[in-house]
Design a protein around this ligand. Structure first.
Ligand code: NAI
Length: 260
């Protein structure tokens, strides 16, 4: 029996590369996205999160899911990023986790970012980890209007909180205790529509690489991340648990040195 994978954000970039790679390996992939997907759902809203679970129930017809790839995200300096990146991702993990029951080798992977290593807003991270969506969105509004940071701290804060959430839960009864490896991939700069404008010119690319140094091979193609996701969500991954794996051409090493 081929594996059944769910990929959120499957219509573009890393999600599309992951979907294509898994399909090329004979897997059935259920894509979730705002458009061009088997399950069309807006993960920033309660209605979209409900539609995700309902759509999955309809498509699966009692078959279990083998792997969840919680990848959908946005990088706008607005509260929407709070809703999609953090709460949309948790809704994906928590809403789809019951569908892993009955799978022989269930797996889950979350896409965070090396931006979690950049300056973040402590208060937003705190509210996210407290699970208070209304307060986190309100904090997002304040940060978006801050004349100094102009929302720039929002994205990294959502990704830091996401990585921390996984560290807090991966060893617990819902995940490791249920035989499900749950891990995080944290990419550096990847050439997708999300970054297209930023890296369109040589100056833009250089400026970004100054902030996010990638000494090993520079900006990466989305398939680079897809390959790692595919392994983490595949049968061979029996013991990686709660790890945040940077696929970033060395940014983490440059920024954090020998911290492990
Ligand atoms: P992308 O913009 O190419 O693809 C993101 C996909 O998510 C799109 O198809 C979009 O429609 C979908 N999406 C956005 N909001 C949604 C919502 N409310 N509900 C459902 N789907 C929604 O971006 P990319 O680069 O492929 O990003 C994928 C993930 O990788 C994101 O979580 C992003 O934060 C992360 N990432 C990307 C990096 C990069 O340099 N491109 C670096 C580090 C992390």
């Amino acid at each position: 029996m081929s594996r059944i994978a769910v990929v959120t954000g499957a219509a573009s970039g890393i999600g599309k590369a992951t979907k294509d790679l898994l399909q090329s390996r004979g897997q059935r992939v259920i894509g979730v996205d705002l458009r061009d997907a088997q399950v069309v759902a807006d993960l920033s809203t309660a209605a979209g999160r409900t539609a995700l679970v309902a759509g999955m129930r309809e498509l699966l017809d009692d078959s279990p899911i083998d792997a969840i790839y919680a990848n959908a995200g946005v990088a706008t300096p607005t509260p929407t990023t709070v809703a999609v990146n953090y709460f949309g991702t948790l809704a994906t993990l928590e809403g789809l986790r019951p569908f892993l029951n009955g799978a022989a080798t269930p797996r889950a992977v979350v896409v965070s970012s090396m931006a979690a290593l950049m300056p973040t807003d402590d208060e937003l991270v705190r509210l996210l980890l407290a699970g208070d969506e209304a307060a986190a969105l309100a904090r997002g509004e304040i940060l978006a209007k801050d004349p100094q940071t102009t929302g720039a701290l929002i994205y990294g804060s959502t990704k830091l909180a996401l990585s921390r959430w996984v560290r807090r839960h991966a060893a617990g009864p819902e995940w490791a205790g249920s035989g499900i490896p749950l891990n995080v991939v944290a990419p550096g700069i990847i050439a997708t529509p999300m970054t297209a404008d930023l890296i369109a010119t040589e100056e833009g690319r250089e400026a970004l690489l100054k902030m996010v140094p990638m000494p090993l091979n520079g900006v990466a193609e989305p398939v680079v991340v897809a390959r790692l996701l595919a392994w983490l969500g595949g049968e061979e991954n029996t013991h990686l648990c709660g790890q945040v794996i940077y696929v970033d051409g060395g940014s983490d090493v440059v920024l954090r040195g020998d911290a492990v």
